[in-house]
Design a protein. Structure first.
Length: 290
């Protein structure tokens, strides 16, 4: 198949891509916000979000936030039986953030894991928000923006997540799913309380993200903002380590893990597909029973 029939290929964001990999095609903005960002009218992500224009192109985030990190929170494999055989599909949930006030959550479905992860990352970039941070705990008076300034509540399905301000040094006293969401937003200390079926990873992650979205939509008076040292957006210091070129993507497992080729769990049956003898019986002599 010729290159003209294949069309432009999307940039690969995985761990490969050596020196001989083709360069991505130049970005041609298609929206008003994209044209303003391409012409350097908006030079920061805060200006782009404050403009009120819809964010429809992930290349905008790539240009304004070049040090964006991403992590796969959940990979769920679903299979259905058809006349032609088993059909597999993957649902991927990804969180992105720069560790300094910006975080986004995206979810995508597809038949292959790699393209689905890239699609989820692009959707997470389109859902990026500017998070409020401060020093809201009465036990702390450091004056640094290290925790949430107020109580933040988010809900998704049956899961309700509440984040409360914590003093410096407590760390992220939250669940394993909510930790990367808060860490990517630049929050280092927080108390977390949950209700509902938190084993549902997708609802847990979406509830934690919705809590930060609700926090970003608050309008804080000037006196409270000065007293709690509230900061909206970046402060110039990221809590995440520098992103290395070619490094692997952190990935949390999902319900599709631990399966062998063809979607069959490993350890079921012998090489020929049959089962071994029962564990409690002993083989009798040849040609008869005991």
């Amino acid at each position: 198949m010729s290159a003209a029939m294949q069309g432009p290929q999307p940039p690969f964001r995985g761990t490969g891509g050596g020196p001989g990999a083709p360069a991505p095609p130049p970005w041609v903005p298609k929206t008003e916000l994209g044209r303003r960002v391409a012409s350097d009218e908006y030079t920061t992500m805060s200006q782009a979000l404050a403009s009120g224009l819809p964010l429809r192109e992930p290349q905008i985030v790539d240009k304004l936030l070049p040090n964006l990190h991403d992590e796969v929170l959940d990979v769920n494999m679903v299979q259905r039986m058809t006349d032609s055989g088993r059909r597999f599909k993957f649902a991927v949930t990804v969180v992105v953030g720069n560790g300094d006030g910006f975080v986004g959550l995206g979810r995508a479905k597809g038949r292959e894991v790699g393209p689905t992860i890239r699609r989820a990352i692009d959707r997470a970039k389109l859902e990026i928000v500017e998070v409020l941070r401060g020093c809201g705990s009465w036990e702390c008076g450091c004056g640094r923006a290290h925790t949430v300034p107020f109580l933040a509540v988010g809900r998704s399905g049956s899961v309700v997540v509440s984040f409360k301000p914590a003093p410096q040094g407590v760390g992220l006293a939250v669940g394993a799913v909510a930790k990367p969401v808060l860490r990517f937003a630049g929050i280092t200390d927080a108390w977390g309380f949950t209700q509902g079926h938190t084993k549902t990873t997708v609802n847990y992650a979406q509830a934690a993200y919705q809590a930060l979205v609700a926090l970003s939509q608050l309008k804080v008076p000037a006196e409270d903002s000065q007293r709690l040292k509230v900061v909206r957006g970046p402060v110039g210091v990221s809590i995440l380590p520098p992103k290395e070129e070619g490094a692997g993507r952190p990935m949390r497992g999902g319900r599709g893990r631990g399966r062998g080729p063809g979607g069959r769990p490993p350890g079921r049956g012998g090489p020929g597909g049959g089962r071994g003898p029962p564990s409690g019986g002993r083989p009798g002599p040849a040609g008869g029973r005991r």
